[in-house]
Write a protein that binds this ligand. Structure first.
Ligand code: CUA
Length: 327
């Protein structure tokens, strides 16, 4: 069996909208359930009346076949009922929807809220923590927030085509659109790792555009923030792996903070080794997977924008060794 399949069997990837763990996710499921209840009631009334009519007034053997039922014209009561009741239903649904959309999209952040900017790319997520000088990819760490006390506000845009970010437990889909900024927020009420995905078709690797939200206790989150803010220690001597990173041209797309590598096209690799996955969630971040990825990303993720490296032997192990030092 392909090793890539195992990554997919990870139990945490099974997400559910029926287990909402944040205020926006709860707002959305409540709205969905209310609308389901209203439409289910309408269905039962209409289907019930239809079934009753079909049975009660079915054609019987002794019908003469020519007799018409009594015809009702211009009944004010009936016409008022089938005009007013649907209008009321539409008003209720529209009102509840507008209030929910407003609450999820436009809620004004408290002063000390955590802000995170996410930029969609084919086929990965660029993540910025403005104010902390942290740039990462495909993994968003955020603190537990009971009752919005440490809520996280997210700003979304895209560098190429339209993507959409969906973490079912923490909130509904919000689009990442080029030249436009969309807002959403979340206040996760349980620690854990929550999988999200791209939910707007964006190209061949759309289905492998995954993301993880790592919800941490506030103290763990603060430790993570502090660790990620550290630049890579400047070595006294350039390592063989760094030379390989330079010679193979990795720096043209990838940045490593604290070095002169500052490519902008691909994921920032500062602290790469601290991440859980590579390739936007397609592979667990192990040295073996990282090596296979560097040799041929097209094998795990056909159509992704990273080319094969053709590195072998000591060149390859030096390069992967260097990447493994980016803790
Ligand atoms: Cu990005 Cu679909």
């Amino acid at each position: 069996m392909s090793p890539y399949l195992f990554a997919f069997l990870d139990e945490h990837k099974i997400t559910s909208i029926f287990n909402p763990l944040s205020t926006p996710a709860k707002t959305e499921i409540n709205m969905g359930m209310l609308e389901l209840a209203i439409t289910a009631a309408i269905f039962l009334v209409v289907a019930g009346l239809l079934a009753y009519t079909m049975i009660r007034f079915r054609r019987r053997r002794d019908d003469d076949g020519h007799q018409e039922p009594p015809q009702v014209y211009g009944s004010n009561q009936i016409e008022a009922a089938w005009t007013v009741v649907p209008i009321l239903i539409v008003f209720v649904i529209a009102g509840v929807s507008a209030r929910s959309v407003w609450g999820v999209e436009d809620a004004s952040p408290p002063k000390n809220a955590l802000h995170i900017n996410v930029i969609g790319h084919q086929f990965w997520w660029e993540v910025h923590y403005p104010g902390y000088n942290i740039v990462t990819a495909n993994e968003i760490h955020l603190p537990i927030s009971h009752n919005r006390d440490r809520a996280t506000y997210l700003e979304y845009t895209s560098s190429d085509v339209i993507h959409s970010l969906w973490i079912p437990e923490l909130g509904g889909k919000t689009d990442l659109i080029p030249n436009r900024v969309n807002h959403t927020w979340t206040d996760p009420q349980q620690a854990g790792i929550f999988w999200g995905s791209c939910s707007e078709f964006c190209g061949v690797q759309h289905a492998n555009m995954l993301i993880q939200f790592v919800v941490q206790e506030p103290s763990d989150f603060d430790n993570w923030l502090a660790a990620q803010q550290q630049p890579q220690p400047t070595p006294t001597e350039i390592s063989a792996g760094q030379k390989r990173f330079q010679a193979a041209g990795c720096w043209a797309c990838h940045a490593v903070k604290g070095t002169h590598f500052n490519g902008k096209l691909g994921p920032d690799l500062t602290h790469l080794a601290s991440r859980l996955n590579i390739g936007s969630g397609v592979l667990a971040n192990t040295p073996e997977n990282l090596q296979a990825w560097v040799v041929d990303p097209q094998h795990a993720k056909p159509g992704c924008l990273m080319p094969k490296s053709n590195l072998t032997g000591v060149n390859l192990t030096d390069l992967v060794g260097y990447l493994e030092t980016l803790k």
